[in-house]
Design a protein around this ligand. Structure first.
Ligand code: CA
Length: 413
């Protein structure tokens, strides 16, 4: 064992959730240098991965000195594994300590950026608990809160990739049309039912050609990693416009993602079986023999610092592999940078609901926060989602947080 160096960021306590077993990727700048570069998080520091690659003569220097993760995402799974192995060596082998140590920047001193160019953005609806809760609110007269298709395919819609923002970006309250219950005409104005959706986003690296569906078994060849995602939702705008088509302006104003993309290679110990399938699945979605393809992510949602929910991702009915297979089964291609969201993660109990509409019973039971009651979000509210997954030997793997603060609606008229 090497001698522990005092005050060295490389000497993390055993089992630190951002230890060498994790190594999520992001893009950062420093006050001294506005050039964007790839960083890897270690503890509360960011390793300048490109500078380390240059100093150590890595064959992957070109990927790591880029201004975004896009070239690394496009490089494909064999390269992802090799780069990760190199990074692990750089931050753990004492022989590299003197080279690597000066290339670590305190997180507090850097600015984090959206780490990849979001190509297409698709959002799913994969939690049975969430779908049942929302079905009950939106279709109270229906005999079953689930629509007839729900157990046969992962429902999704195409969102707006251009408004995906990195964690920490303010969220301007959207304005739009809404119609109050019992009224005949809509009114226009700032949303009065601004909500969150606690989700996990999956980032596509390797593209696929048009006309060739991606089978379940090829999920890991295409998807590079995952991150927390907040699909901010204006329930009043959504409820009035989505008759009969899907989400549009009620969702497209902002979607926030974590600054850190956790590679799937870091999450092998977090793989779990999804819930038991209650309906037979068509072959392209049938995961009975594919091994565990769910992920055991423990999420916490805080409003102004108070944890209001702890949604369990392990209970999601549809897996990320099934979403990818479904998204491409018609021949639609994948592009590097495609992002798809899981849909709101909700568990069976009230403290596991991933949206305020569920946590407040459609606005009928306000949350009691230290700074007052909340049904939907007030201007100035800050929502932060964090998560961890089981790592090797009883450790935890931290996911980068996604946070955002609501600012007043822009003037209109
Ligand atoms: Ca959503």
């Amino acid at each position: 064992m090497p001698e522990p160096h005092e005050h060295t960021p490389l000497d993390l306590p055993d089992g630190h959730p951002f230890g060498p077993h994790n190594l999520p990727y992001g893009v950062f700048t420093t006050p001294d240098s506005p050039t964007r570069r790839v960083g890897v998080r270690l503890g509360d520091h960011v390793l300048d991965a490109g500078a380390a690659a240059t100093a150590l003569g890595s064959p992957h220097t070109g990927l790591l000195t880029a201004g975004s993760l896009d070239p690394l995402l496009a490089a494909g799974r064999p390269i992802w594994s090799r780069v990760r192995a190199e990074l692990t060596t750089w931050v753990t082998d004492p022989a590299h300590r003197d080279t690597v140590e000066p290339l670590l920047h305190p997180l507090a001193d850097v600015r984090l950026h959206l780490p990849f160019a979001v190509a297409d953005y698709v959002d799913f609806y994969a939690s049975e608990h969430h779908a049942r809760n929302l079905g009950g609110f939106f279709r109270p007269e229906a005999p079953d809160p689930l629509t007839p298709n729900w157990k046969h395919l992962p429902i999704g819609y195409h969102g707006r990739s251009g408004t995906v923002v990195v964690s920490g970006t303010d969220v301007v309250r959207p304005s739009g049309q809404r119609r109050a219950p019992g009224e005949s005409d809509p009114v226009f104005g700032p949303s009065t039912r601004l909500d969150i959706e606690t989700e996990v986003g999956f980032v596509v690296g390797t593209p696929s050609p048009m006309g060739r569906p991606v089978p379940l078994a090829d999920f890991r060849e295409h998807v590079f990693g995952l991150c927390l995602l907040n699909d901010w939702s204006a329930r009043d705008i959504q409820g009035w416009e989505a008759q009969p088509l899907g989400p549009h302006l009620g969702k497209s104003f902002t979607t926030s993602v974590s600054a850190w993309i956790t590679p799937l290679d870091a999450l092998d110990t977090a793989r779990v079986n999804p819930p038991e399938r209650t309906h037979p699945l068509l072959p392209y979605l049938d995961d009975a023999t594919t091994g565990p393809t769910g992920y055991d992510l423990h999420i916490a949602v805080a409003v102004n610092g108070t944890v209001v929910s702890e949604p369990p991702f392990s209970l999601m009915y549809w897996t990320a592999a099934q979403m990818l297979a479904h998204m491409t089964v018609n021949g639609a291609s994948l592009r590097t940078g495609d992002l798809y969201g899981s849909g709101t993660v909700s568990g069976p109990t009230e403290h596991e609901y991933g949206s305020l509409i569920e946590l407040t019973g459609n606005g009928s039971r306000p949350l009691q926060l230290p700074d007052g009651e909340r049904t939907f979000l007030a201007d100035g509210d800050e929502v932060t989602m964090t998560a961890w997954a089981p790592g090797p030997d009883g450790t935890r793997i931290g996911l980068g947080e996604v946070t955002g603060r609501i600012t007043p609606a822009a003037p209109t008229g």
